[in-house]
Design a protein. Structure first.
Length: 190
C-alpha cells in the first residue's frame, strides 16, 4: 500500500485538492495523510460546497498543521511521497528556504531530505521573479512543479473536466495508475 502525504494550503484552488483526495479515496491501494492549513480551510468554505468535515473524511489520517510532533514530521515515517495542492507562494518560499514553521513545511522538508517524491501545485499568476527563483530552486532538487494549466486537447466541457485532467497529471507523477481523463493520442491529420 502506498502512503501519501497530502497538503492543502491557502492558495486559491481548493477544488484541485478535493478532486485529488476523492480520486485517492477511491483507490484501496493508497493510504492518505492529510494536512490542511488555516487559509486552506477558509478557501474550502469560499470556493466549494464541501464542509471541512467532508474534505477530512476523504483522508485516512488528518493532522493539525500545528502538530510538529506528528508521525509524518519524521523521516522514519515511510511515506512514498507528498503532494501539496494547491500550494501557496508562502509555502513555496518556506519549503525553498527550509523554514519549517508548520507541519506542511516540515513534512515537505522531510520528503526532500529523504529523497522522496514531492509534487507542488502552485496556484498564482502572474509569477514574480521571487516566485520563479523559489520554484527553480525546488525543481533543481527534484521537486515536481505542476501548476494547474488547462489542456484543451481533451475537449473539456466543464470546469470539473479541467480539474480532473490536472488530477490525472498529479497521480501520474505520484506513480498511481489512473484513467481519470483522456490522454493525448497524437495528431490525426487527414
Amino acid at each position: 500500500m502506498k502512503k501519501l502525504i497530502v497538503g492543502m494550503t491557502g492558495a486559491s484552488g481548493a477544488p484541485y485538492g478535493i478532486d485529488l483526495l476523492q480520486a485517492l479515496h477511491q483507490n484501496p491501494d493508497v493510504e492518505t495523510h492529510l494536512i490542511i492549513s488555516e487559509w486552506a480551510k477558509n478557501n474550502i468554505k469560499e470556493e466549494t460546497d464541501y464542509s471541512l468535515a467532508q474534505v477530512m473524511d476523504l483522508a485516512d489520517h488528518v493532522y493539525s498543521n500545528r502538530d510538529m510532533g506528528a508521525t509524518i514530521a519524521s523521516g522514519s515515517f515511510l511515506a512514498d511521497g507528498m503532494i501539496i495542492v494547491p500550494t501557496s507562494m508562502k509555502t513555496v518560499a518556506a519549503i525553498s528556504s527550509g523554514y519549517d514553521a508548520d507541519l506542511i513545511g516540515r513534512a515537505a522538508d522531510v520528503t526532500i531530505k529523504e529523497q522522496r517524491k514531492l509534487v507542488l501545485v502552485p496556484r498564482e499568476t502572474p509569477l514574480s521573479v521571487i516566485h520563479l527563483e523559489n520554484l527553480t530552486r525546488l525543481a533543481k532538487l527534484g521537486v515536481a512543479i505542476v501548476p494547474p494549466m488547462p489542456a484543451f486537447y481533451a475537449h473539456p466541457k466543464t470546469i470539473a473536466d479541467l480539474v480532473h485532467h490536472q488530477t490525472m497529471k498529479e497521480l501520474d507523477l505520484l506513480g498511481i495508475a489512473n484513467q481519470i481523463d483522456s490522454r493525448w493520442e497524437g495528431t490525426h491529420v487527414k
